[in-house]
Design a protein around this ligand. Structure first.
Ligand code: KG4
Ligand code: ZN
Length: 345
C-alpha cells in the first residue's frame, strides 16, 4: 500500500510517500520539504496568513517532486494522509483541502493525522527503529510532554508543561537576546562559544516530584539577566545563551530519567524540533549509557516538521488497525487537539 502524506501545520510544507510492508516497518520512498523560515524571518516569527498562502504555492510542486523521485504516478497512491491538527487553522486547511481534493479526484480514501503522533513515530523512519514499549520525550515548539508508549495509538501522558514549551523557551529567550527566528538553532549555535555556568538560571519544577515542566519563569529570568547586563549584553551573549540552554536541557534530561525510573522502561524516544539539540542528545546519551537504557532519535533532518512523519504515522495507524482511511472528503481540522483525545476524533 502506498501512502502519500502532507504536512502543513505551521511553517514547513512537507510531502512524502511511504510503502507499507507486511510484518515490517513502513518504508520511506521519497520526501520533499519547503521551509518558510526565510519568509517569516523578516517578521521575527511565523505570520499565519503568509504561512497559509505559501503552503498553497508549495504543496503540489512538492507532491510532484516526491512522485518523480520515487518513480511513482499519482494513481498508484492508495491513501492520502494529511495533518489534521494541532497547528495554525489556515495552514492546516491547505493540507487538508489538497489531500481531500486529491482523494476525491483519485477515488482514494483519506486519513487525518495528529501532528504530535507524527513526531512521536518519526524515529521509526531511522535505520535503527525502536521497539515498543518506550518512554517518549516530545519536545517541539508548542509541546513538551513525557509519555509512556505501549504501541501505535496507545499513549499515556506522564507529564507535560504547565506553561511554555521547551521550544518556546528557546525561541523566546533567543528573541530577547536579538537572535531572531527560529531561536532554538540560533541560540544553541551561539551557546557553543559560551560558558554554561556563567549565569545561575532557575530549573523550574526540577524537584516538583512529578513529571510536569514549566519554562515561563526561565524566560523571565533570562529577561531580567539581559536587562541587568545592559550594555554588557553583547559581550556576554554567548554566556547567557549557554546558561539558558544548559537550564532547559538539564530539566529535560532529569525529568526523562525520572520517567524511565518510574515506568521501569529501558528505552526512550526523543522527538520534535528540540530533539535536534546537540547538548540534549549528548547529555541524554551519556546518562542513558550509564543506566543501560537505549535512546532513539529521528534522523536530524526529520526532527523538525516534515511530510515523512505524517505519511509514516498514517501508514503505521493503518497497519496496526487503529484507524481506517475514509472516503469522506468533508474535512475539518483541529487547531487544538490533545494527543490523548486522538481516538475521539
Ligand atoms: O517540531 P517542530 O519543528 O515544530 C513544532 O511542531 O512546534 O519544533 C520547532 C521547535 C522550535 O521551537 C525551534 O526553536 C526548536 O524546535 N528547535 C531547536 C533546535 N532546532 C529546532 N531547539 C533547540 N536546539 C535546536 N537545535
Ligand atoms: Zn512539529
Amino acid at each position: 500500500m502506498l501512502v502519500l502524506g502532507i504536512e502543513s501545520s505551521c511553517d514547513e510544507t512537507g510531502v512524502a510517500l511511504v510503502r507499507t510492508q507486511s510484518g515490517g516497518v513502513p518504508v520511506l520512498l521519497a520526501h520533499a520539504l519547503h521551509s518558510q523560515i526565510e519568509m517569516h524571518q523578516a517578521y521575527g516569527g511565523v505570520v499565519p496568513e503568509l504561512a497559509s498562502r505559501d503552503h498553497i504555492r508549495r504543496v503540489l510542486p512538492l507532491a510532484e517532486e516526491v512522485l518523480a523521485e520515487s518513480g511513482r504516478r499519482l494513481p498508484e497512491v492508495d491513501v492520502v494522509a494529511y495533518t489534521r491538527g494541532p497547528g495554525l487553522a489556515g495552514a492546516l486547511l491547505v493540507g487538508a483541502g489538497v489531500a481531500c481534493a486529491l482523494g476525491a479526484a483519485l477515488n482514494r480514501p483519506v486519513l487525518g493525522v495528529h501532528h504530535l503522533e507524527g513526531h512521536l513515530l518519526s524515529p521509526f523512519l531511522s535505520a535503527d527503529p525502536p521497539e515498543f514499549p518506550f518512554v517518549a520525550l516530545l519536545v517541539s515548539g508548542g509541546h513538551t510532554q513525557l509519555m509512556r508508549v505501549e504501541g501505535v495509538g496507545r499513549y499515556e501522558l506522564l507529564g507535560e508543561t504547565i506553561d511554555d514549551a521547551a521550544g518556546e523557551a528557546f525561541d523566546k529567550s533567543a528573541k530577547l537576546m536579538g537572535l531572531g527566528y527560529p531561536g532554538g538553532p540560533a541560540l544553541s549555535r551561539l551557546a557553543q562559544q559560551g560558558d554554561p555556568a556563567a549565569f545561575k538560571l532557575p530549573r523550574p519544577l526540577l524537584h516538583s516530584g512529578n513529571l510536569d515542566f514549566s519554562f515561563a519563569g526561565l524566560k523571565t529570568a533570562v529577561l531580567t539577566q539581559a536587562r541587568k547586563l545592559g550594555d554588557d549584553l553583547e559581550a556576554r551573549k554567548a554566556d547567557l545563551a549557554a546558561s539558558t540552554q544548559a537550564a532547559i536541557v538539564d530539566v529535560l534530561v532529569k525529568k526523562s530519567l525520572t520517567a524511565l525510573r518510574e515506568t521501569g522502561l529501558r528505552r526512550i524516544v526523543v522527538a520534535g524540533g528540540v530533539g535536534a539539540n546537540q547538548l540534549l542528545r549528548a547529555q541524554l546519551d551519556a546518562a542513558c549509557a550509564r543506566l543501560g537504557v537505549r535512546v532513539h532519535y529521528p534522523e536530524l533532518h526529520l526532527c523538525t516538521d516534515n511530510g515523512a512523519m505524517i505519511a509514516m504515522a498514517a501508514a503505521m495507524r493503518l497497519q496496526s488497525g487503529q484507524q481506517q482511511a475514509r472516503f469522506d472528503y468533508a474535512f475539518d481540522v483541529k487547531p487544538r487537539w490533545p494527543l490523548n483525545a486522538i481516538d475521539g476524533a
